[in-house]
Design a binder for this molecule. Structure first.
Ligand code: SF4
Length: 193
């Protein structure tokens, strides 16, 4: 009998990612928000103060301004997201999570995936590294901007902030950062060499 054709490992990875993506999207719909709305909530929760705005969200999603605007309007109507003026930036706005948004995010379907990842033990860190490399590769192929945090950015000056409470400095934005904020997603990130 002829043995079934072996699936090349890279094709298997693509297939598993697709299956996982479908499972996650199904859970997201069950929880009452669409996938774009979930992703916007997650992004706002994780982004730094320079990156919590509609322009940065548009770049993060690789979507059109109109799509992001509709997503934010829907989240605002549900009382999950609020907007405020950015000081010194004219009509530009920042977005933030309301208490309701934080409560919804605490029930994020991705938490179950995270729990499954914990069961992988030490392999979870290796898998995270491999998936990050794969994501970077795909972003480059599709001409998308890389996002990251200060720790992997060429503008990060560790320990060069002017106060103990804000010990790190961004050489691009000329601003000091707390430890916690240096770990947040930044739209201006450029990978260190
Ligand atoms: S160091 Fe890089 S990632 Fe951090 S705030 Fe500056 S540009 Fe953004």
């Amino acid at each position: 009998m002829e043995s079934p054709a072996k699936i090349p490992p890279a094709a298997a990875v693509a297939g598993y990612l697709d299956r996982l993506g479908r499972l996650i999207r199904a859970r997201e719909h069950e929880a009452g928000l669409n996938p774009a709305q979930w992703e916007a909530l997650r992004y706002i929760a994780r982004a730094n103060r320079f990156s919590r705005n509609p322009t940065a969200l548009t770049a993060w999603f690789g979507a059109t301004k109109g799509t992001i605007s509709q997503t934010l309007i829907a989240l605002e109507r549900k009382g999950l997201v609020g907007k405020e003026r950015r000081s010194g930036r004219g009509r530009a706005v920042s977005v933030f999570l309301t208490d309701g948004g934080k409560a919804v995010l605490a029930r994020d379907p991705l938490v179950d995936i995270e729990a499954a990842g914990v069961a992988l033990g030490g392999d979870a860190a290796r898998l995270a590294g491999l998936l990050a490399a794969l994501l970077n590769e795909v972003q480059e192929m599709s001409g998308q901007h890389s996002f990251g945090n200060c720790r992997t950015c060429r503008f990060f000056a560790q320990g060069e902030g002017e106060s103990d409470s804000r010990p790190h400095r961004c050489l691009l934005l000329k601003s000091d950062f707390e430890q916690e904020e240096a770990a947040r997603i930044c739209v201006k990130h450029e990978p260190a060499a």
